[in-house]
Design a protein around this ligand. Structure first.
Ligand code: MV4
Length: 447
């Protein structure tokens, strides 16, 4: 096992990894920008080291600075958290070239899934159901026309280098295709230096359901059920739950096995998420994320596992501490993301927290780096807390979420808490009857 791990991240996810290190008897190194000198991850880690000025590109994204921090502190492995360098294959290669261990999948797997055409092609060959589409890149408008005519409209043009909603253009009818195709290409070229695009049938009212997988890198893998993350605004998740209100045990076992077998087949190592659109009882693969996700605690609650501990074990060459048969879901979990933002515009609201009180009690987990007197810097993501509740069933989880939000106090800044309170008044949320467009539609009339 490692003696010391460097956490190449900040905020709540840095705390999450430090906590796992402590429980495993592993030393932890925090890295921080000058703007984060007073941050909780710096206080909580065994050691800390400044890696640059406030700007993320010059600190948490600076590969030389992070490698230097490992060399100075003697850290043997790097946990990237999510965001920043977590899905940067070049970083993974450099980490290895320096004799260090990246806690996550290989550079090849990150590259494979980062290229969305390759990802889809790989998954299709592995028996994972995919959205009908072009099966590869679409080089010309003429090809696009032929494929879209064959498939029928609406279609969506996606950048192979995109993902997470970046570089997508919808063509509702044939009249929209030329513009969708050319803007998807030119925007993708500008954003990613790659203008390759592919085409899919556009699913009009799906849910976003993702399967958590975990591999040992040696041909063994398991699934840990699904998370329903349909409630999103501008591709930012707001509310996530497991199990999905629309997935039964038999369906979970079936799609879960397909996903576990697929990642086992490619010798995938560590945590991964296979994203699907779900419509009319069918799953359609869209993307795979090769990182630990923000919403992983929902799965941890339902399956009673510590995913970060497992990541560290597998990176150290140890076996996973569970097999598929050990993984039995228990109850229902919901996460809400609390952001330092002012409603109704979701405008970032950095500043000093004058009073903070975290909810507690049975089945309540608050993952947050904020504290009384902490000043939220304006340079980074606005996520300040994840509130995760776990209860025997969905309605008990909703009640527990409601009372936890009652207990939460964050004064001095604006947060998205009122949004979560309002959502808990909505019959569609209470019944689980929502899709990927529900939240944005609802926000049009929310103020
Ligand atoms: C789609 C789609 C409909 N049909 N693909 C957006 C993020 C990226 N991961 C994939 N996305 C979508 N792909 C097909 N063929 C609709 C979306 C989409 C979406 C997906 C999940 C959650 C929220 C969304 C909001 C708008 C569009």
């Amino acid at each position: 096992m490692f003696n010391k791990i460097l956490i190449a991240n900040r905020g709540e996810i840095a705390l999450r990894v430090i906590r796992a290190c402590k429980e495993m008897g592993i030393g932890s190194v925090a890295v921080h920008s000058t703007a984060d000198a007073d941050a909780m991850h710096v206080r909580m880690a065994d050691e800390s080291i400044c890696i640059g000025p406030p700007s993320g590109t010059q600190s948490y994204l600076s590969i030389p600075n992070i490698i230097s921090a490992c060399e100075i502190t003697g850290a043997e492995a790097i946990h990237p958290g999510y965001g920043f360098l977590s899905e940067n294959a070049n970083f993974v290669q450099i980490v290895q070239d320096h004799g260090l261990t990246f806690i996550g999948p290989t550079a090849d797997h990150i590259n494979m899934m980062g290229d969305k055409i390759t990802a889809k092609d790989t998954m299709k060959k592995l028996g994972v159901p995919c959205v009908p589409g072009s099966d590869g890149g679409v080089p010309t408008l003429k090809d696009a026309r032929r494929i879209a005519d064959e498939m029928g409209y609406p279609v969506i043009v996606k950048a192979t280098a995109g993902g997470g909603g970046r570089g997508m253009k919808l063509a509702r009818t044939a009249d929209d295709l030329e513009e969708a195709f050319s803007t998807a290409r030119s925007e993708s070229k500008a954003a990613f230096g790659n203008d390759e695009v592919y085409i899919e049938k556009y699913l009009t009212l799906p849910r976003h359901i993702e399967i958590q997988v975990f591999g040992d890198g040696k041909g063994k893998a398991v699934h840990l059920g699904e998370r329903d993350c349909s409630l999103q605004r501008r591709h930012q998740k707001v509310f996530e739950e497991s199990p999905s209100p629309v997935v039964d045990a038999e369906t979970r076992a079936r799609i879960g096995k397909v996903c576990a077998d697929a990642v086992a087949n490619i010798n995938y190592a560590g945590a991964g998420t296979i994203e699907f659109l779900y419509e009319n009882g069918e799953f359609f693969f869209i993307e795979m994320n090769t990182r630990l996700q923000v919403e992983h605690p929902v799965t941890e609650a339902v399956y009673g596992v510590d995913l970060v501990r497992e990541q560290i074990r597998v990176a150290a060459g140890l076996p996973m501490s569970f097999e598929q048969d050990d993984l039995v879901p228990d109850g229902h979990a919901i996460e809400v993301r609390i952001n330092a933002e002012k409603l109704p515009e979701f405008r970032p609201s950095p500043g000093k927290i004058t009073q903070f009180h975290a909810p507690g009690g049975l089945g309540v987990r608050m993952d947050s780096h904020i504290y009384d007197g902490y000043s939220i810097p304006p340079y980074y993501d606005s996520l300040i807390a994840k509130l995760i509740v776990h209860a025997p069933d969905r309605s008990a989880a909703l009640a527990r979420l409601n009372r936890s939000l009652d207990e939460l106090v964050v004064d001095g800044i604006d947060t998205t808490t009122p949004l979560h309170r309002a959502l808990l008044e909505e019959p569609d949320i209470l019944s689980g009857d929502y899709d990927i467009h529900w939240l944005e539609k609802w926000l049009e009339t929310y103020r």
